[in-house]
Write a protein that binds this ligand. Structure first.
Ligand SMILES: Nc1nc2c(ncn2[C@@H]2O[C@H](COP(=O)(O)OP(=O)(O)OP(=O)(O)O)[C@@H](O)[C@H]2O)c(=O)[nH]1
Length: 352
């Protein structure tokens, strides 16, 4: 076994759906300390888009799209890290000094931490580093009340990065911070508008100390470690997530009319935003050579981003929805109406 100081730290970047993980990751990867980091990205649902939005995508970026990281963690995460480790040893990927794992927004962090802390083969070469949790200042308080995942994500954090403070009311930011301090008094708080954080502060003393987070966090991790021994190889725990949450992807081959699409999405989020936890897509827009990225979180649509190039060969538009208690058929029907009126929206859908 290597000396502790020689172990490669694994930074975990977590935070609820749409809270700004990928935005922050892109900023972190520009910092010299993290420029060579290996990155593992996990998405909820079959069709991943995030890895296409991380700017420094290369052989050191691995997409774990087979499901939710916290469910398949015992095999997939370990396997992905060991594969990249092996590639580093054989010179197939450039040497890296850190690994960053971006979880899904729906991740329960406990099994992830349990694996990174306790897996015998990982422990030979890796150690858990800083846990960074992004919390959306606009939707965060509501998400903390409604869902268990964001509460756990906040509770395990070393650093909590408050995002979207630029579009939130100052009183709302204060109330959110107060709630987060109750959940995790040991975390250091940072403001990270559009991912702009003090990276030195984020990385300082990157040794994870579960004991400092309070008894509850230790109990979660120990329970996961015990469950991992009891159920080795059992795979996905269907009860881990609220069964009313599901993801699907709409795909469209022809270029999309931007104005009509914008009206449809605005109306959809206005009416059903409470149930639309996340929508993100890569659009082939009429008259544009390169794709437009759209992002929505509940009732909010973020400004679209024009990419400089397509991330892959496909020129299809892809829009991923993660919804709670909303039927896919409802969105498809609304699309059908839209298509009859204006045309040009995604038509087919793929379950995830
Ligand atoms: N105004 C504002 N928008 C932000 C900020 N941070 C992120 N965003 C926007 O929020 C949207 C979602 O950001 P992402 O980085 O994709 O969020 P994520 O947590 O990776 O999303 P999932 O992987 O789907 O959970 C994007 O449109 C971002 O541009 C911020 O500080 N201020």
């Amino acid at each position: 076994m290597s000396a502790y100081s020689e172990l490669t730290p694994i930074i975990v970047l977590t935070g609820f759906l749409g809270s700004g993980k990928t935005t922050l990751l892109n900023r972190l990867l520009k910092h010299p300390a993290l420029g060579d980091a290996a990155v593992l990205i996990n998405e909820f649902g079959e069709v991943g888009i995030d890895h296409q939005l991380v700017e420094a995508v290369d052989e050191s970026t691995v997409l774990l799209s087979s499901g939710c990281l916290c469910c398949t963690i015992r095999d997939d995460l370990k396997q992905a890290i060991m594969e990249i480790h092996d590639k580093r040893a054989r010179g197939i990927v450039p040497p890296y000094r850190r690994v960053i794992v971006e979880t899904t927004g729906l991740a329960d962090p406990a099994p992830i931490l349990a694996t990174l802390m306790n897996d015998v083969s990982l422990r030979h070469h890796y150690r858990l580093g800083t846990i960074i949790t992004t919390v959306d200042a606009v939707n965060g308080l509501d998400q903390l009340e409604r869902q268990e995942e964001p509460r756990k994500q906040a509770a395990v954090a070393d650093r909590i990065v408050l995002t979207k403070t630029d579009i939130a009311e100052p009183e709302a930011v204060e109330a959110l911070r107060h709630r987060l301090e109750q959940i995790n008094p040991s975390a250091e708080f940072l403001i990270g508008q559009h991912g702009a954080v003090d990276v030195e502060r984020v990385l300082r003393a990157d040794v994870y100390d579960a004991a400092a987070k309070g008894g509850e966090v230790l109990r979660w991790i120990e329970a996961e470690a015990a469950a991992s021994h009891a159920h080795a190889g059992h795979g996905h725990d269907v009860n881990r997530h609220d069964a009313s949450i599901h993801a699907f992807c709409l795909i469209h081959d022809e270029p999309i009319d931007w104005t009509v699409f914008g009206i449809w999405l605005t109306m959809l989020l206005h009416t059903h935003g409470e149930h639309i936890l996340r929508v993100k897509g890569l659009l082939n827009v009429e008259g544009a050579d390169t794709p437009v990225v759209i992002n929505g979180v509940q009732h909010i649509i973020h400004p679209p981003i024009h990419l400089d190039a397509w991330p892959d060969e496909s020129r299809q538009s892809r829009v991923v929805f993660i919804v709670r208690g909303l039927e896919r058929a409802l969105i498809e029907e609304s699309l059908a109406v839209f298509n009859r009126l204006g045309g040009g929206a995604p038509q087919s859908s793929k379950a995830a």
